[in-house]
Design a protein around this ligand. Sequence first.
Ligand code: SAM
Ligand code: DTB
Ligand code: SF4
Length: 330
Amino acid sequence: MDKKTKLRNDWTKEEIEKIFNQPLLELIYQAATVHREWHNPEEVQISTLLSIKTGGCVEDCSYCGQAARYHTNIKVQALLPTETVIAHAQKAKDSGSSRFCMAAAWREVRNNRDFDRVIDMVKGVNELGLEVCCTLGMLTEEQAIRLQEAGLYAYNHNLDTSEQYYEEIISTRTFDNRINTINNVRKAGITVCSGGIIGLGETNGDRISMLLTLATMPKHPESVPINALARVAGTPLENNPKVDTWEMVRMIATARIVMPSSMVRLSAGRIEMSETEQAWCFMAGANSIFTGERETLLVTPNPGVSEDMQMLNTLGLKPMRKAEEALVNS
Ligand code: SAM
Ligand code: DTB
Ligand code: SF4
């Protein structure tokens, strides 16, 4: 099949604005068309997320239930034993996941014994034949190379929001720190998973600006997670209004159009959506979800894997085997 859309890294803010601001159904139609040029629309990537170290984080990300400075009800949990993590990964594989993502509530990776243990976890999960992903905070290039050599397939490091709005949300690091880690991941030959959150109080201009940063990277992130804010009691953003699903749809559709080859992940927020609402997100080009038997993302609830498999079945969708096999004719 001839690809009609080309990958572009020279998007302008005006072009993305024009796409984003189209009448919603026109936008969805365009995104669904692009989706079919680049991906098998019947397939959805199933990723399982596991928090391997929970809470007690020194950062001040105002959305996050794991920041030590906010008084949330989250139970702090030290780094899990490697065997426990591998057992979770095996279960994830058995229930249809092709990707396993290990998350730690760290500001950055330190060269210590905990990092050595994460390296062992990466090796073990890789040996199960799963695509291994980690999200551990900031990384140096040397640390990224160690992870790559252990078999890491992807590293998640979200922009979270626009460069302009970033300091309203996080003061303990900068937007440039984020970009620097993403560059280190790229240099090490690991695929990049980077997206953001809506519902932080940002404007549409901030949403467009965040997509512009992602879509003008020299290489688009292979995965782009779009999260709706999960409102955690005790965090500064706990009383933000719930994100309207049509706003998620608009964001997903625009991401799909400007980064056609990427996996667009409908990430946090599904617990508050009906099957019908999620179906619109898939129609708009989302082709990846987090699910699992634990029914949690990191510290907030998420639909369970059997419920999700039923939903996929109803919608005529099926789990994708591996992301790299997903692109049509690439
Ligand atoms: N500590 C590392 C870091 O911040 O990069 C890794 C884990 S952190 C929890 C990963 C990402 O999850 C964040 O960058 C953010 O985009 C997302 N996230 C965290 N809390 C969230 C929330 N309450 N709602 C939506 N997304 C959230
Ligand atoms: C991403 O973009 N979303 C995931 C994953 N990457 C690490 C995290 C969502 C967290 C939702 C709130 C919570 O459970 O802490
Ligand atoms: Fe820490 Fe990551 Fe949460 Fe920020 S998002 S407080 S860095 S765990």
